[in-house]
Every structure is written in C-alpha cells, then in structure tokens.
Design a protein around this ligand. Structure first.
Ligand SMILES: C[S@@+](CC[C@H](N)C(=O)[O-])C[C@H]1O[C@@H](n2cnc3c(N)ncnc32)[C@H](O)[C@@H]1O
Length: 504
C-alpha cells in the first residue's frame, strides 16, 4: 500500500546514503570569508542543525569530526531516523540526536523550543522538493533558532537551469504515477515513456539538449535517487532571488555559494558576460546574470543572520590563517579544471610549488603563498584557498594535528561495514576526520580499504577483495575495481592516515 503521510513528498522509498561537502562547517566558513563576510563560528562547542537529514550520514560525520559539538538532525521519515540512530549507536556517538519531525510544524513544538540556538543550519535536497507549507515551516524555524551571526546553507534546484527540463520532470511524474505503484518504479516507468515520447521529437520536450543527456545517463542513477528527484508532488525549481526573499523573512542575508568556484565571477562567466555583470552591485541582479550564463541546475546558497562585511585586508588576513591539506594524492592533483566559463588553468609556476608543499603535509595559506619556488604576480589568499578547495583537491583543516577519536574511528569502521558494497561502487563515500572537522570524501573502494585497514589488515589482498566486493561484476569491471582497490591501498591509505580517518 502506498504511504500517504508525506504531504506529497516520497515516503515509500528510503533515500540514498550521501555526504555533501557543501554542508561541512569548514567549507561554509571558507565560503563566507571568500564572500568577504566575517565568521565567528566557535571552534569548539557549536550547535549544528541539519534539516531533512535523510540517512543522516552528513550529521553523523559532522558529529564524529567535531567531538565537542552538538549535532541535531531532523527528518520526518521514521525509517531514515531509525537507520541514522542505529549507526550513531553502533559508532558510540553521543553528540548527535536524530529527531523524527515534520518541518511544516516543527518550529512550534516543545522539542524545537528546547533546542539551543544553532550556529549552523544546513539542508541539502529539501527546499525545492517540498510543499510551500514545509518551506514556510523551515523559515519559521530559522527565525526562531538560528543565532545572530549564524550560518544557514540551503541547496535547491535552480532556475533557469531547469527551465528547459520542466516538461521532462512533468512527463516522468505524470506518467509514473499512472503506470506503477512504488515511487522508484514510477520514476523508471516515467523515464521509459519519456524515452518513447522523445523518439517522436516533440518540440516541448526536445528543446533542451540536456534531456537527451538525462536519457543517456539515467541508468547510472539509483531508483531511490530518481524517485526523490522526480516524483515529489511539489517539486519546483526556484530563482535565487525568490529563495533570498523567503530567507529574508527570517532576517537572513544572502552571502555566497558553498560551491566555492561559483564565487569567482571570472570562472562563472566569459569576459563579455562579466562586463555586464560588473555594472551591477545588487547581489540578486548579479546572481541572476550568473545563473543565466552558467545555467546550473543546483545551487548551494549560504545565508547569515546579520552578515557583517569585512575589509579586504581583514578578509585576506583571516584567509591566510587557514590551514589547508590535500585530500587527493599529490600526483593526482589537476591544475587544469573545467569551470562554467570553459577550461581554467591554475598557473603551474605558482600552484606547482604550492602543491609540492602540501604534498609534505598540511600548511597555512600564509606559508603556501610563499612556497619555495612559487612565482606569483600578487598575494591572493582567496584565490589560493578558493581554487584548491573549490576544485575538491584540498580541504580546510579545522584542528591541525588532532588525532582521531574512538568514536570517529568507530563511525568510519561502521560506514565501511555498511556502505562498502558492490551497489555503491559508483557512488561517493566519506570518512570522518576530527583533524578536518569534516568528512574526507573518497571512493567506495577507498572506504573498503579503510575498513580492511581498521580490521587489522597489514597487506592488501586484492584477489580476495575483488571477489568480495565485485563478485557480481563482469571481468572488465572487476579489473577496474582491482585497480581502484590497489590505488586505495597505495595512494589513499597514506592520506587517510595523515588526515586521521584511520589509525596512524
Ligand atoms: C532528497 S532527500 C535529502 C536527504 C539528505 N539531506 C541528503 O541529501 O542525503 C530529502 C529529505 O527530506 C525529508 N523531508 C521531506 N519532507 C519533509 C518534511 N516535511 N519534514 C521533515 N523532513 C522532510 C525526506 O524524508 C528526505 O529524507
């Protein structure tokens, strides 16, 4: 029987296990600084609140990576809450609480009233997928619970990025609810009809070439993801300015993007586009122009309750004090990256020596700016930190030198036991790190290797591991898995050890 308590949100299929670095406290802090906004987030004792936490991986990782913090995570799906609580118990994590509550009315409950003010509130995959009444409830909660100077993160499907794809979602959902029962099957049935319909080339569907890309790639997505993306009754992409107007009701100011690269106008737009953008100061107008140029479908926006602008000097001083660490093996760092405006190259004359210095271990931005042999035309800590972290090759280190805790290691072992499995091989994984104060994103093969290490392995056993993790794969994919596991042991394990995600 189909559940009907979700107010139009999918409840019959549980969501995937995901970790999103845009929700990590260190990345949020860095994004605020890049936007020239002062951050007074306490290093210890902060309260982090996540709304619509799904399986709770993000909240668990933030809690394990910040042992002195309190983490509260809310979701209305009892299966999600039960699974997250079970993982917290298995890991022995005492600083995270999962609450089963509907955000439509949570702000008015005694439970919410009893919560301390939050330093950070994050929500990924919630805003544009739920009904207006839920969004209104979220705004009331932010108004009641985000402290002055606190940071809010909200991701949502964005316009005009989705504009040409609205008919695709509409057809998938309308067809799906008529053709199948469970929502993952509905999404699949919807896509089957979309494929058939698209072959007849109706203008209303095929105007946006990304529809063809969706059809080509849909097999790579889990049924769960497709159900939660496409089958919600109130699915509705938003304009940045409209979300900002809703957030203003809670006295929140728009700050910038947690997708760090997007804060660099020169990487988001071509020179002629930027010339128009530069004529405006109003952030809403600037974001509209940026969104027209990049047509991104997902935004990760940051708000602050009372954003205080810093001088450029103060901002650069704060950025220079940050410590960075590589989160990919040094040999795999890419200096050429794809950005919205095309391909960008991080100058090898400067970034080559910077990366070499980071290869030896975490370093302060102030030191990296003067890495031996680095040639630069000017000191630019924002570019250095923003590009290295924004291209997902480095992370901010919250507590340089901090050792893993019993709970962080035991969460990592539990994540490996539960999630390092064949069906997750194409999905991203994560390990908690008190040194980073956030998760270390990694491949599922790396998570498996970490689990083996924590179970006492001192040598890789690639054949046995491929048999265990890739039993159902064909020979070609088993070969790829063998390589990924070998890389995990040889290249990622030293990094995982250095960043305190597995024992030294
Ligand atoms: C797309 S999922 C994202 C989950 C998680 N944040 C992630 O990214 O993995 C949206 C989540 O919001 C929850 N949700 C939807 N409507 C809600 C409501 N009214 N109150 C509380 N949670 C809700 C769903 O149960 C689901 O877990």
């Amino acid at each position: 029987m189909t559940a009907n308590w979700g107010g139009g949100y999918v409840t019959d299929i549980h969501y995937d296990h995901g970790y999103y670095r845009e929700q990590s406290p260190t990345q949020l802090r860095l994004a605020c600084l890049l936007s020239g906004v002062a951050v007074d987030l306490p290093q210890e004792g902060a309260h982090y609140l996540e709304l619509g936490c799904g399986q709770g991986i993000g909240a668990l990782v933030v809690a394990a990576s910040n042992p002195s913090w309190r983490v509260t995570a809310v979701d209305f799906n009892p299966a999600h809450v039960a699974a997250a609580r079970a993982l917290a118990r298995e890991a022995g994590l005492g600083n995270v609480t999962f609450l089963e509550a509907d955000l439509t009315e949570f702000a008015e409950t005694a439970t919410a009233a009893a919560l301390p003010e939050a330093d950070i509130v994050t929500m990924h995959g919630v805003w544009s997928w739920v009904a207006p009444a839920v969004r209104a409830g979220i705004v009331r909660l932010l108004k009641a619970k985000l402290r002055a100077g606190g940071i809010a993160h909200v991701s949502y499907n964005a316009l005009p990025g989705w504009q040409g794809l609205l008919s695709m979602q509409r057809l998938v959902r309308e067809a799906g609810i008529r053709l199948a029962a469970r929502s993952d099957r509905q999404a699949q049935a919807g896509f089957a009809l979309l494929r058939e319909m698209a072959a007849t080339e109706p203008h209303g569907l095929t105007a946006d070439s990304r529809m063809t890309a969706w059809l080509a790639e849909v097999g790579g997505y889990t049924g769960t993801y497709l159900a939660h993306e496409f089958m919600n009754a109130h699915w509705s992409p938003c304009w940045q300015a409209d979300v900002a107007a809703d957030m203003a009701e809670a006295r929140l100011d728009w700050v910038g993007s947690a997708g760090l690269i997007e804060n660099f106008a020169e990487l988001a737009m071509t020179a002629p586009q930027r010339a128009i953008y530069d004529r405006f100061e109003d952030p809403a107008m600037r974001e509209l122009l940026k969104d027209l140029c990049a047509a991104r479908t997902l935004r990760h926006d940051i708000y602050m309750r009372g954003a205080r602008r810093m001088t450029v000097g103060a901002r650069d001083a704060a950025l220079s004090e940050l410590t960075l660490a590589l989160i990919v093996p040094q040999d795999r760092v890419q200096l050429e990256v794809q950005v919205a405006a095309g391909r960008a190259e991080l100058s090898p004359a400067f970034y080559g020596p910077v990366v070499a210095m980071l290869g030896a271990g975490p370093a302060r931005v102030a030191e990296l700016l003067h890495a031996p042999g680095a040639v630069a035309t000017r000191e630019n800590p924002a570019e250095l930190a923003g590009l290295l972290v924004g291209t997902r090759q480095a992370a901010v280190v919250a507590r340089p030198g901090a050792a893993p805790t019993e709970a962080s290691l035991s969460l990592n072992a539990a994540l490996a036991r539960r999630l390092a499995m064949t069906e997750n091989l194409n999905r991203a994984a994560v390990l908690a790190s008190p040194m980073l104060g956030a998760g270390l994103p990694c491949a599922t093969a790396d998570l498996f290797v970490a689990g083996q290490k924590m179970a006492g392995r001192t040598e890789p056993d690639l054949e046995a591991w491929v048999a265990q993790l890739g039993e159902t794969l064909d020979a070609e994919n088993q070969g790829r898995l063998r390589e990924a596991l070998a890389r995990g042991w040889d290249e990622m394990l030293p990094l995982m050890r250095r960043l305190g995600t597995v024992p030294a």
